[in-house]
Ligand binder design. Sequence first.
Ligand code: TXA
Ligand code: MG
Length: 317
Amino acid sequence: MTRLLHDCTEAARLLRLGQLVAFPTETVYGLGALARDDRAVGEVFAQKGRPSFNPLIVHVSSLEQALELADFSSLALGLATSFWPGPLTLVLPRKEGSGLSPLATAGLSSVALRVPAHPVARELLHRVGAPLVAPSANPSGYLSPTTSAHVQAHLGGKIAAVLEGGPCRVGLESTVVAVLEEDPTILRFGGISRDVLDAHLGKPLKTAVFSKNTPLEGPRSPGQLMRHYAPKIPLRLGATSMEEGEGLLAFGLPDFKIRGPVVFLSRGGDVTEAASRLFSALHDLEAEKIDRIAVMPLPEEGLGAAINDRLRRGALG
Ligand code: TXA
Ligand code: MG
């Protein structure tokens, strides 16, 4: 049985024993395990059904702790001090002697690091006192969890506990930026939009993200390009009408005939609100008696790029 915890002390105790505990972050719920414990990290891959070539994000409580694990260029340091704690993950050269399980980094010489902002995540990391891997707490390829109930529904019985922290504020995973030898590159769109990062850097970041307008070159995240974030029923993107048997994921008010259940991402067309509701809305529609989800078009601006990225990959056959 998977326990529902309301207390960081017990969650930290279980984690220190090498058990798996899902915990809230501001982006999505993560499946936590000690990042230096090979057996615990191996369990994360096993319980998620995650391919072992796809490395995990290592979560730390502070920049100070991060400095023990990776080499920060001055550019990386600037990003970390501006955006941590928060939904930014930095892929950096891993330090020799970091002690991280090689499984966590899929044997790469780089490591993905993030300091989450959620107060429960911060308290938990502080109490554990050691880095935690935390991929999204869902079976590999499926929708990410933004409530403890989502975690219970899909990983319940497979992990020791879920720590309650309410619904996730951002609702999309962190933006992943590689700061290695090449120019800094976005590997995954996410909770911090590229305009905010571009403004900080004073120039447009390169991207290695699968989308309509970006060629696939340069460094890549091993987790990219795969069918991912997919509900159990198919998605039909760019819908400007509803067909029989469909439910609707609405953005703004539809000006066409409603033929089934409708869940709004944002009635007023706000992409940040839409991001916070995306995974919850898809979980809700999936529970309806429908054959397919029609998705109204969303703009690419702001968090729209990250939402469209999730939807495109969720729609891959
Ligand atoms: O918001 C988030 O980032 C959530 C919460 C729980 O913190 N975590 C999360 O983890 O989304 P996960 O494991 O589902 O996503 C990790 C992403 C994958 O796309 C993976 O390929 C990439 O980060 N990644 C990890 N290490 C990498 C590395 N060394 N080089 C390139 N990409 C890496
Ligand atoms: Mg994930």
